[in-house]
Design a protein around this ligand. Structure first.
Ligand SMILES: Nc1ncnc2c1ncn2[C@@H]1O[C@H](COP(=O)(O)OP(=O)(O)OP(=O)(O)O)[C@@H](O)[C@H]1O
Length: 267
């Protein structure tokens, strides 16, 4: 090999930050069909006359309004904000599940959204779902086989009996969430987005999950975590995006943003 730059260079050159997700003035609008009620009533007829210019029976919800940020490899980013502020919508848009009304999202690779696009089937056993989920994430049968036990152990599903051979519909919502997280966490993701998954497990499972999130970051991925639990955010994230009414209200180091957010919520 030719002369490699020496360590001294590595120390002087600022660490290169590789962007994984770029949101550029992103707007997301939901269109709800047939949202109006009382179709035959006089008031409905009147309102139809008054709204003549509008598209009939379609209402719009502007859920994300001009959000811009750049996420880098190795970052764990918390998404916070009141109910309905647009956190889940933003994640779904990053995952490519919702089209942008205006603006754009650029991603490095295919981001995985844990919770929503986990293709698990309630009538199949946990065992079959581990295989199905693994295949859906692009793992080979051999890779899944090699990690199967690890996934089941991580989920803790079998701690109270042989639940993994029972259909998923027999699981509590916490157990199902644990299994989903365990399947998703078995793969190294470029961008992993987790929507409230940590809220459902017990404290021990939360600690295991937080540990795994740290590992995923070290494996050069980017992790997004939506949570209403400020402790989970503090324990796992180094940066926080705060959304309110669809707008990005603050983007910065976890402590700084949480301090303002806690003032806002009065906690
Ligand atoms: N499928 C949908 N169709 C129409 N409107 C939607 C849909 N999903 C969400 N919304 C609306 O978009 C806005 C943002 O919702 P979103 O679920 O992204 O918020 P959130 O911050 O994740 O909320 P929460 O903390 O309660 O989970 C809300 O006004 C909500 O009513």
């Amino acid at each position: 090999m030719a002369d490699q730059p020496q360590e001294q260079d590595a120390a002087e050159v600022p660490e290169q930050r590789i962007p994984t997700v770029i949101a550029d003035e992103l707007h997301i609008v939901y269109r709800v069909n047939g949202a109006k009620t009382g179709k035959g009533s006089a008031t409905a007829a009147l309102s139809r006359i008054l709204r003549r210019g509008e598209q009939r029976g379609v209402r719009t919800v502007h859920a994300v309004k001009g959000v811009s940020f750049v996420a880098y490899r190795g970052e764990a980013i918390g998404l916070i904000g009141s109910n309905g502020s647009g956190k889940s919508t933003l994640l779904r848009a990053i995952a490519g599940l919702l089209p942008a009304e205006k603006g754009r999202v650029y991603t490095d690779g295919q981001p995985s959204l844990l919770g929503v696009n986990a293709a698990l089937m309630n009538d199949l056993t946990g065992e079959r779902n581990v295989i199905l989920g693994g295949l859906a994430m692009g793992m080979s049968r051999e890779q899944i086989k090699a990690r199967y036990q690890e996934i089941v152990d991580f989920s803790g599903i079998n701690e109270k009996g042989d639940f993994i051979t029972l259909p998923m519909r027999t699981y509590s919502s916490g157990m199902a969430a644990r299994l989903r997280f365990s399947i998703a966490a078995a793969k190294d993701h470029d961008v992993l987005m987790i929507d409230e998954a940590l809220a459902t497990g017990d404290r021990r499972f939360q600690q295991r999950s937080e540990e795994r999130i740290r590992e995923l970051r070290e494996e050069a991925g980017t992790v997004f975590l939506v949570s209403h639990n400020n402790t989970s955010i503090r324990d796992t994230c180094d940066r926080v995006l705060w959304l309110e009414r669809g707008e990005l209200r603050m983007d910065g180091p976890t402590e700084e943003v949480l301090k303002e957010y806690e003032k806002f919520t009065g906690k």
